[in-house]
Design a protein around this ligand. Sequence first.
Ligand code: ATP
Ligand code: MG
Length: 622
Amino acid sequence: MSVIHRLSDLLVNQIAAGEVVERPASVLKEVLENAVDAGARAIEVQLEQGGVRRIRVADDGCGIDRDDLALALERHATSKIATLDDLEQVGTMGFRGEALAAIAAVARTSITSRATGAGHAWRIDGGDRSLAPAALNQGTVVDVADLYYNTPARRKFLKTEGTEYAHCDDMFRRVALARPDVGMQLSHNGRVVHRLPPGTPAARIGALMGDDFLQHAREVSAEGGLLRLTGFASLPAYSRASRDAQFFFVNGRFVRDKLLTHAVREAYTDILHGSRHPAYVLFLDLDPAGVDVNVHPAKIEVRFRESRAVHQFVYHALKRVLAESGAGRIDTQAAVPSTPGTGFGGAANTLRYTSAERPADAASSSYDSARPWPSSTPPAIPRQGQLAMDSASRAYLDFAASARPPAGGAPSAGMPAAAPRPLPDDGDGAPPLGFALAQLHGVYILAQNRAGLVLVDMHAAHERILYEKLKTVLDGRPSVQRLLIPAVFSVGAKDMAAAEECSEVLAALGFDVGAAGPQELAVRSVPALLANAPVAELMRNLLEELREFPASDVVTARRNELLATMACHGAVRANRQLTIPEMNALLRDMEATERADQCNHGRPTWTQLTMGDLDRFFMRGQ
Ligand SMILES: Nc1ncnc2c1ncn2[C@@H]1O[C@H](COP(=O)(O)OP(=O)(O)OP(=O)(O)O)[C@@H](O)[C@H]1O
Ligand SMILES: [Mg+2]
């Protein structure tokens, strides 16, 4: 009594479609990739009702021969690979020979195609597989209508037209970003949405991501051995609340890969707050034999043979580009938002300078000789007790005095990347950020340098400095400040547990924390750099972060995030009056700190308004 039977071809294909054809966007992906594989120079996509009603893709590629048309719709039939060897170094988007079969099993599909050199085109019906002569100049038109018309259970999972369209749009962008050399057009319900002529990668990226992205991105171009990373990655000021502007391509294939995502995230850790996401379009190219693309039917995952090497390469390539001290490249468009009506924002908005322009800028300033430059003024740090200071200001001073690297001081072992890189100076020994003039509303420091006026966000700048110092100091044994009176505060059960579980981690960071009651914690010592930080607030925030991750994870992967939290709470707060010497000390520390032009959350820490800018604003000499 046999109970096992073969499934019909249609059912087999419908099962396969479950993996390959998740929604209209996945149909679009497969059909677009086929067009690209066919060597198309121009691809036109027409969608109706989010792609559910119709997806029609026309290309000018090599076409399909009449005799191959039926095979193209068969499962396990492909022109792209023939042997295992081919599979192991596949250079085309497709290779499984199943996409069209799966699509034809769940939608009314037809293919019209004219193979190069053929007298005319042929059209095959994906349902009854009938062939008929057709009119078409060149290439292939794949028409997919009424998705899931015969599988109502699947149809129920489709979302609204708007959502399905958005997914299709995203898919179109992926292919378009990967192939700027191919002209592409997308229309939805008869309206053209994207019209992209063939062009350079930058032009294509600009067209799809916006020029704004390009303006706030760094170009990446790195090569190492057989690996190559190119593209654009946003500066922190352009960060996003979601991951939707992240495109990573491996050998031209859009992928979502944990390893690569992690490498990118790591490269941003020091300059981007954990809750913000960078935007990027990155292309990793390597020998096809070094990457397995046959991991999942949708081919969105890959596996690298040398995964560690790939991770390190991507991480370092990006990190290098991002860590370049952008001090001379601050974009005041980002730094000073245009505020209609204030005028000042408008003037600042016309201003962008690069380090190359700066000396010339300064040299042409008529103020040079008229105003003596106080180049010999040493940045004085007052002795304690000399001035009346509130505790936060003193905290800064203590920090400034204690954390200054010793003369000729090498950064502590294990932190080669954190060696302070001074901002470029103007050649006459004058400090690039100049000397403090005043504090504005307890928030900004105004300083005068050779070029003109420097505005510094006091908290943001101090936070960055503190963060970099903490990293260096905590790499060795943190110097610890015992509190005369332990800070005791109440916490919830989860925080109590976290404090207990992570006591070792906290000790390594310089905190001595213990239970003072069933719902109370006592902090007895803190890292010396944070001697004056609000302890309870700082500890609550740290515990909240520690709770999120297993302790083993925290020490390695999360360490810098913890340090960022510590720096944020340790940095001088708004409305603290700083003295001129304290402000000067802060400026000097900024100059000596790598990445000092962005705070840990990616906001700019300072900006420059040159005399030229001010003259223009006041229309002097016009
Ligand atoms: N637009 C096209 N132009 C020329 N040939 C095409 C086109 N679309 C499909 N083909 C041919 O039809 C075959 C089957 O396409 P299908 O997408 O089903 O499989 P595949 O691309 O080989 O592999 P995969 O299932 O991984 O996509 C392809 O191998 C190719 O020869
Ligand atoms: Mg294919």
